[in-house]
Design a protein around this ligand. Structure first.
Ligand SMILES: [Zn+2]
Length: 513
């Protein structure tokens, strides 16, 4: 588990924080007029003076942030048979349409692989972000996987086009300086938008934008670079646009697109749907733990698919399974746990696997003093990525400077006080992640698992990722566990037999060869 992230990112002191952006503004080497003149020259170089809107079509790959197979792997990739981006700079409007199909064989990592055909339409206008579901029904957009708001992410996507970046730079008091990179002198343009997005663009010797980057405070990884690299500028319909775009976050590609057509000034746009405009942002709903057998509570996520946590009470301490999403969620769950069982410390937090929707809140438990029980192979990964700077969103662990406590698990481990019992075991060989842990509660005859069995709301619908379900049930049966119900981290509590029925019904149609 050699971490890739630290070595692949620029040095923190040079570029990795808001502070350093401001520091580079302070060391402004060029006058404001000179900076504007350089931006204007770059706009002219790609004939972008009169561009009000742009439509880009292409194909390639996209990938899921935080869902890597392991700490050495890139984000899992999916093939884009259609990628269509429409931006109206005047209206601050964006439409991102994608058709995505399975790419990887074997289907390693998260994302419910192998997938069928997925269609996605994401929209944004003037701070409102929504997506279109089946039948074109709009619904408010959810948080991004790096926990940015959808609104911030889509605003950034508009700024992550050469035309969008340069036009915004012109109106934002940019600073410009030059740097020598590999014997070539490049020009760097930096600015911060009115809604506080810090950006830096690199111009090559032809005044073409080679790269745009910004900085994100992500769960698990801390401060990361989000960047877009442009190459092979060519003439599309009278404007210059890169034929190849590679967007990366945390050192690995998120999007890799070969552009096939670019159309300017068709003035594509759309009004914000009334229901979206009126949707008020509410506080997250109060956490309502549900009792499950003696000394066990299920703490549901915010919706059907969101990750849950499970609390187990022992005589002298508490054990929690799963710390999903991020610090905000962990603080709310920890608060609910202490109200439910006052006076006992959370001694252990069990982590089913490293994906960020299962591990993004671990650091908060570490700051509380809980030991992190995770597969032994993950310990060096967490130690490495957790040593990254956390300056964009400093969390409790960063502020406390506490050294997190890990208890690496090999094989299995039993927690018992003579009455309550929890058996945590590693099942190797799953496509989803090499370090999968499941948690067996013998008294309750319940088995907690993540992502190997994600039952759909309607039991008649097939679950996703059948190959992982088959592998997981094989491991459980080999251990001879007596299981009444599965408590999945995503989705409803399910009779063990439902998984067997699903395997029987779908194994031939969905098993990956
Ligand atoms: Zn996962």
């Amino acid at each position: 588990m050699q971490g890739h992230f630290v070595t692949s990112m620029p040095q923190p002191a040079k570029s990795l924080s808001w502070l350093s952006i401001f520091a580079s503004l302070a060391a402004m080497p060029l006058h404001a007029q000179d900076a504007k003149a350089i931006v204007e020259r770059a706009i002219a170089a790609i004939h972008a003076q009169d561009i009000q809107s742009i439509e880009i079509n292409g194909r390639g790959f996209d990938a899921l942030f935080g869902q890597a197979y392991d700490g050495d792997s890139a984000w899992p990739r999916f093939a884009l048979t259609r990628f269509s981006l429409a931006i109206n700079y005047q209206d601050n409007f964006l439409r991102d349409e994608r058709t995505r199909v399975q790419a990887q064989n074997p289907p390693l990592g998260g994302g419910n692989q192998p997938i069928g055909e997925q269609r996605q339409t994401l929209l944004f206008r003037d701070g409102y972000a929504w997506s279109l579901g089946r039948g074109g029904k709009p619904s408010p957009a959810q948080l991004e996987r790096d926990l940015r708001s959808a609104s911030e992410a889509r605003q950034t996507e508009i700024l992550f086009t050469p035309q969008g970046f340069l036009q915004a730079a012109l109106h934002a008091n940019p600073t410009v300086h030059t740097e020598k990179i590999a014997d070539k002198t490049v020009t760097l343009i930096s600015f911060i938008t009115a809604n506080k997005i810090a950006l830096e663009g690199t111009l090559d010797e032809h005044d073409h934008l080679q790269r745009i980057r910004t900085w994100v405070g992500a769960p698990v990884l801390g401060d990361v670079v989000l960047d877009s690299v442009f190459s092979e500028y060519q003439d599309f319909d009278g404007i210059l646009f890169p034929r190849h775009i590679v967007q990366s976050e945390g050192g690995y590609p998120l999007l890799d697109v070969t552009v096939t057509s670019v159309k300017a000034n068709s003035l594509v746009s759309s009004e914000v749907p009334e229901g979206i405009r009126q949707a008020v942002t509410t506080e997250p709903p109060a956490i309502k733990p549900q009792p499950y057998g003696e000394g066990v509570w299920i703490i549901p996520g915010e919706d059907y698919h969101a990750s849950k946590s499970i609390l187990v009470e022992f005589k002298d301490y508490l054990l929690v399974v799963e710390a999903p999403d991020g610090e905000e969620r962990s603080l709310a769950v920890i608060d609910a746990v202490h109200k439910l069982v006052p006076g006992k410390p959370i001694r252990y937090i069990v982590n089913t696997h490293t994906h960020f929707d299962h591990s993004g809140g671990l650091r908060t438990y570490a700051a509380e003093g809980a030991a992190i029980v995770t597969w032994e192979g993950n310990v060096s990964y967490y130690r490495q990525v957790w040593s990254n700077p956390y300056t964009i969103h400093p969390d409790h662990l960063a502020k406390s400077k506490r050294t997190p406590l890990f208890e690496g698990l090999v094989g299995s481990r039993t927690f018992t006080d003579g009455n309550q019992e929890v058996i945590v075991f590693h099942y190797a060989g799953n496509f989803h992640n090499p370090g999968m842990l499941a948690i067996y509660l013998p008294r309750q005859r319940a088995l907690i698992e993540a992502d190997s069995f994600n039952p759909q709301p309607d039991p008649r619908d097939p679950p996703t990722a059948i190959p992982n379900l088959v592998q997981f049930y094989g491991a459980v049966q080999k251990l001879g566990l007596d299981v009444d119900q599965i408590i999945p981290i995503h989705g409803r509590v399910t009779p063990f037999e439902e998984g067997l029925t699903d395997i029987e019904a779908h194994k031939t149609s969905q098993l990956w060869q």
